[in-house]
Design a protein around this ligand. Structure first.
Ligand code: C5P
Length: 414
């Protein structure tokens, strides 16, 4: 028995999408109101074919919000305010179509826009034909939503309106109310954070390295550290304990990360080894391939004898070192590849050469602004092939990579 005491005084925004189960949502409204819950409803166009706006309005004793473009709805209550004034958004029935639109981040009607604009917790009660529910597209969408923190109740197994048998029936109103009460009881006890990587340790390298020539001069590169820092921050946001080993950058330390500042490749390697063991290593630093052999501890002088000649020697390869099999190898090692042309082919070869699990590859040909810029266009290369990601901000690449890492450790159900 779930205690419903936590429900009184709560405000639920109920999104009713177009499914035969919508009739049960009328009962859901009634029972929520009996328990002291304020219910405001958004009805999709398809939803309005299954239940009448008048019934919903009468049961909620409130306006029914239906149209993104309605002057009256928007002037009385914009989509942002609709979600802001709720403690929880409940989608019941959640159709395959609405789940797909939520997973894709679409905002093509009022319901989808509210769901995209909200920062409130969301509970979905899926309802659809069994084949639609079992379709890999729906399963992927649901898994994606759950990874983002969306909660789910049902669907239940049983005979469906279409005479088929299997999972797809919307949970009963009392089960949905139990799930809502459980949510509020949980929320009262712990912060609602989406932390699929909690308990995991991550190491991220970022920025350039500075390789000294003498006490005042060094060899460096144009890496800004934006991408590596964004990845470290995104991993920390998902709950990982992150050590960020960074060369000199102008960036603030990302929140929630332990930052180790280094200058040279050898210092970076030592700091990485000190951070082991970790579950995840992401090498996003632009490490200098070479350093000056026999650096001078006194400033090189113009002494009329012509320019000094610098002899270079190879730096340790941190990514390859971390990728070496052994008891301390991180479970997932990710490298970066900056290429100029033939990005996927070169990066695929680099993945094999370095022995890492994934390579995030980008094109740094002249004309692209990856180095130092805010955006990045990457291909992610894994054992099973390459995936092209659209151009997006480096923060978004970091967030998406962190989600992909979380999915690697918690794969969606087959
Ligand atoms: O060989 P290349 O420099 O193109 O490889 C790039 C990848 O290897 C990046 O992930 C970079 O952080 C990593 N790397 C490294 N140590 C080096 C050189 C590169 O960790 N000395």
């Amino acid at each position: 028995m779930v205690d419903h005491a936590s429900l009184s005084g709560k405000r639920v925004l109920l999104v009713i999408a177009g499914g035969i189960a919508a009739y049960k949502s009328l009962d859901l409204i009634r029972r929520l109101r009996e328990r002291g819950v304020g219910v405001r409803a958004v009805l999709t166009e398809a939803g309005a074919r299954f239940v009448t706006p008048l019934s919903v309005q009468a049961l909620t004793e409130d306006t029914v919000y239906r149209d993104l473009w309605s002057l009256t709805d928007e002037s009385e209550m914009g989509h942002i305010r609709l979600s802001r004034e709720a403690d929880l958004i409940v989608v019941a029935p959640a159709t395959a179509n609405l789940l797909a639109r939520m997973a894709a981040g679409m905002a093509d009607d009022l319901a989808a826009t509210v769901l995209l604009a909200t920062d409130k917790p969301v509970l979905v009660a899926p309802a659809m034909n069994v084949r639609m529910w079992e379709h890999p597209a729906t399963q992927d969408n649901m898994a994606r939503l759950e990874r983002r923190g969306v909660r789910r109740v049902g669907p239940n197994e049983g005979v469906m309106a279409c005479n088929e048998f299997g999972p797809g029936r919307m949970a009963e109103p009392m089960e949905i109310i139990d799930a809502i009460a459980t949510h509020f009881a949980d929320a009262a006890h712990k912060p609602q954070a989406h932390t699929p990587l909690s308990g995991k340790r991550a190491l991220v390298t970022s920025g350039p390295t500075h390789e000294p020539i003498d006490p005042v001069r060094y060899i460096a590169n144009r890496s800004s550290g934006k991408q590596g820092h964004a990845i470290a921050e995104a991993l920390a946001r998902l709950g990982a304990a992150v050590t960020l080993v960074s060369g000199p950058t102008r960036l603030p330390d990302p929140p929630g990360c332990a930052v180790v500042a280094i200058e040279t490749a050898r210092e970076m390697l030592a700091a990485c080894e000190a951070a082991l063991p970790v579950d995840i290593a992401v090498c996003a630093a632009a490490v200098a391939d070479w350093r000056v052999a026999g650096t001078s501890d006194r400033k090189l002088k113009k002494d009329g004898g012509g320019p000094p000649s610098l002899s270079l020697t190879e730096n340790p390869d941190i990514l390859a070192t971390l990728s070496q099999a052994g008891p301390r190898r991180p479970a997932l090692v990710i490298g970066f590849a900056a290429e100029t042309g033939d990005v996927v082919a070169y990066a695929t070869a680099k993945r094999a050469r370095k022995g890492c699990d994934w390579i995030v590859a980008n094109d740094v040909s002249l004309g692209t602004t990856t180095f130092g810029g805010a955006d990045n266009t990457v291909h992610v290369i894994r054992a099973d092939g390459a995936e092209a990601w659209p151009t997006m901000g480096k923060d978004a690449v970091g967030a998406r990579l962190a989600e992909a890492i979380a999915a690697h450790f918690h794969p969606p159900a087959p």
